[in-house]
Design a protein around this ligand. Structure first.
Ligand SMILES: CC(C)(COP(=O)(O)OP(=O)(O)OC[C@H]1O[C@@H](n2cnc3c(N)ncnc32)[C@H](O)[C@@H]1OP(=O)(O)O)[C@@H](O)C(=O)NCCC(=O)NCCS
Length: 242
């Protein structure tokens, strides 16, 4: 259920949406944090709620370059990066897994969901996006073809959204991420995209400091709540023996 600018507004619309989906064991509710009224609708729904954290979206302040690239491959190459293809699946999985192992996303907040590792989940997401239309898995490659930094980018007509981006553990602490994110923004400008957006959990202050230094600015906060049926929680409690 998306609530906020450009989406359904108003308590009745939200109540209706929750009623229509009442059979669902788990509903992930994401709403702009400015829509504080959503909390009162959720607590009156009779479902079990888990506060699952906040996401902060940041946006590049503007293009640095004039559009010059015919396609994404050329744009990223001109920025010193490479779009990985279906032939790079093992490199992609290894780099994503290593970069995001142990990463705490909203699933980690919910004691009633089976624990999964973000590294494995994000590796799977990137793998399914390799070679996909509108998606680019982008690598900053070392001299021997190893990946120093990796990102999953969704490219639409005007906007690129960096869905995942990080540096492999062995290359951290040397400024690699800042170079990488600026190169991605420049590649997007070469493609003629007017906006580059990126988001993370608000607890990830390390990366937000880097975005700030790279010329991004915060644009919106999003709250995530998991809403579950009492039956689902009872079953999860029974299964876990707690
Ligand atoms: C957060 C992250 C992107 C930083 O990349 P990086 O190339 O190591 O960045 P930097 O070298 O500029 O260092 C960033 C900070 O970490 C500190 N740092 C130093 N050594 C480090 C190390 N071995 N590992 C991690 N951070 C280190 C730096 O001192 C710096 O602190 P500062 O902001 O106070 O100056 C990287 O740790 C990462 O990929 N993390 C997991 C994925 C992630 O969080 N992605 C972003 C959300 S999608």
């Amino acid at each position: 259920v998306w609530v906020g600018a450009g989406a359904q507004r108003g308590e009745n619309a939200l109540r209706r949406a929750l009623d229509e989906e009442a059979i669902a064991d788990v509903i992930f509710v994401r709403y702009e944090s400015s829509q504080t009224w959503v909390a009162s609708v959720l607590v009156q729904s009779g479902r079990v709620l888990v506060p699952a954290g906040n996401i902060v979206y940041w946006q590049d302040r503007g293009s640095r370059l004039v559009p010059s690239a015919a396609n994404p491959d050329a744009a990223f190459r001109a920025s010193g990066l490479r779009i990985l293809g279906p032939g790079d699946s093992s490199v992609c999985v290894e780099a994503m897994q290593a970069t995001f192992v142990g990463y705490l996303n909203h699933y980690a907040s919910n004691p009633w969901l089976r624990p999964i590792d973000a590294g494995a989940a994000y590796a799977d997401w990137a793998l399914r996006s390799l070679g996909g239309r509108d998606y680019a898995v982008v690598g900053d490659m070392g001299p021997s073809g190893d990946v120093r930094a990796i990102a999953l980018v969704h490219i639409s007509e005007q906007t690129a959204e960096v869905l995942l981006a990080g540096v492999v553990p062995g290359a951290r602490g040397r400024g690699a991420y800042s170079t990488f994110i600026v190169a991605i923004a420049e590649a997007c400008a070469r493609l003629g995209l007017s906006r580059v957006v990126i988001s993370t959990q608000d607890h990830n202050v390390a990366v937000q400091r880097l975005w700030c230094r790279a010329g991004f600015e915060p644009v919106v906060g999003v709250t995530i709540v998991h809403s579950m049926t009492p039956d689902f929680v009872d079953t999860a409690v029974a299964d876990s023996g707690t």
